[in-house]
Write a protein that binds this ligand. Structure first.
Ligand code: ADP
Ligand code: MG
Length: 268
C-alpha cells in the first residue's frame, strides 16, 4: 500500500481534480483504492457522490488512537461502469464535511495524545486491503493535512501557472524538510496543472524545472471540460472519458505506478 497526499497551500490549483482522477485511474489500472477527503469543504466527496454531512467521515480518523472508528465503518464504496470496460471501477471514499473543522481544532488543542500519527495508524490497519490511498487536502496546513502528510509516501503539489503559485514552492521546500523529521521517507513531486500552449506557460514550466524539484512527466493541460464537471457527482474520467485532461492524468497514474513498482503487465 502506498499513500499519496495531494496538498498545496493555494486554492484552485487542481488538488481535488488530481486526487479524484488519480484515485479513479489507480483503481481502474492497479487495484483497490481508498480516497480520503481531508478538506472540510468536501469537494472530493461531492465529486465522488459521497458527500453527506449527517454521516461520519474523515473527522473520525482524527480521533486519538487506539480506539475510535474503523476505516471499515467510515468508507462508502462508489462504483462506475465506464464505457466498454469491464469490470466496474470501485473506489472506497471517506468523505468530509464541515465537521472536519471542529476535529481540526480538537486535535490542535489536544496536549495529551499524539497529534500527527492518527491517520497513519488507522491506515496501517488496512495496509493489506488497499493498493493505494489518495488523500485530498485543503489549502491550509491544518491537522488533517499534517496527519495526511505524515501518513504519506508521496506528496504531490499541483501548481498552476501564475507567479504566486510558483513562488510558493520555496515554502514547500522548507515544509518538506520539516515534515521529513516526522516522516523520513516522504517524497515530493510538483505537478503542473492547467497549462496551455502559450509561450508564457512554457516559460513557467521551464522555471518549475529549474527549481530542482522533481516535476512530473505528466503536465495537465487546461480545458473547459475540467471546469464544468464538478457539479456532476462523478470523477472526470467518467464524465468525459476522452478529453485531453484525463489522458494527461492517465499518464500521471502510470508515473505513480512506475514509482511504486507496479508491473508493466497491469496495462490492458
Ligand atoms: N485541467 C483543468 N483545466 C481547467 N479547469 C480545471 C482543471 N483542473 C481543475 N479545474 C477547475 O478549476 C477549479 C479548481 O480545481 P480543483 O481541482 O477544485 O482545485 P483545488 O482543489 O486545488 O481547489 C475547479 O472549478 C475545477 O473544475
Ligand atoms: Mg480542493
Amino acid at each position: 500500500m502506498k499513500t499519496i497526499a495531494i496538498m498545496a497551500q493555494k486554492g484552485g490549483t487542481g488538488k481535488t481534480t488530481t486526487a479524484t482522477t488519480l484515485a479513479y485511474y489507480l483503481a481502474e489500472m492497479a487495484g483497490p483504492v481508498l480516497l480520503i477527503d481531508a478538506d472540510q469543504q468536501g469537494n472530493a466527496s461531492q465529486i465522488m457522490g459521497a458527500y453527506d454531512p449527517l454521516e461520519w467521515g474523515t473527522e473520525k480518523l482524527l480521533e486519538p488512537t487506539p480506539g475510535g472508528a474503523e476505516i471499515e465503518d467510515l468508507k462508502q464504496t462508489r462504483s462506475w461502469q465506464p464505457v466498454k470496460k469491464y469490470p466496474a471501477v470501485d473506489v472506497d471514499v471517506i468523505a468530509a464535511s464541515a465537521a472536519l473543522m471542529d476535529a481540526n481544532m480538537e486535535v490542535a488543542a489536544d496536549a495529551v495524545n499524539d497529534q500527527v500519527h492518527r491517520i497513519k495508524e488507522r491506515l496501517e490497519t488496512v495496509a493489506d486491503r488497499y493498493k493505494y490511498v489518495v488523500i485530498d487536502c485543503g489549502l491550509l496546513l491544518d491537522m488533517a493535512a499534517l496527519n495526511a502528510l505524515v501518513a504519506a509516501d508521496l506528496w504531490i503539489v499541483p501548481v498552476k501557472p501564475g507567479g504566486f503559485e510558483v513562488d510558493g514552492l520555496q515554502r514547500v521546500q522548507e515544509q518538506l524538510q520539516e515534515l521529513r523529521e516526522l516522516n523520513k521517507g516522504l517524497e515530493m513531486w510538483v505537478l503542473p496543472c492547467m497549462f496551455g500552449k502559450s509561450n508564457a506557460h512554457r516559460d513557467v514550466l521551464q522555471h518549475l524545472h529549474s527549481l530542482g524539484h522533481r516535476v512530473t512527466l505528466a503536465t495537465i493541460r487546461r480545458a473547459v471540460i475540467a471546469e464544468s464537471y464538478t457539479a456532476a457527482s462523478m470523477p472526470l474520467p467518467v464524465y468525459s472519458p476522452r478529453c485531453g485532461v484525463v489522458r494527461d492524468y492517465e499518464k500521471l497514474a502510470w508515473e505513480v505506478m512506475a514509482w511504486s513498482g507496479e508491473k508493466e503487465d497491469t496495462k490492458e
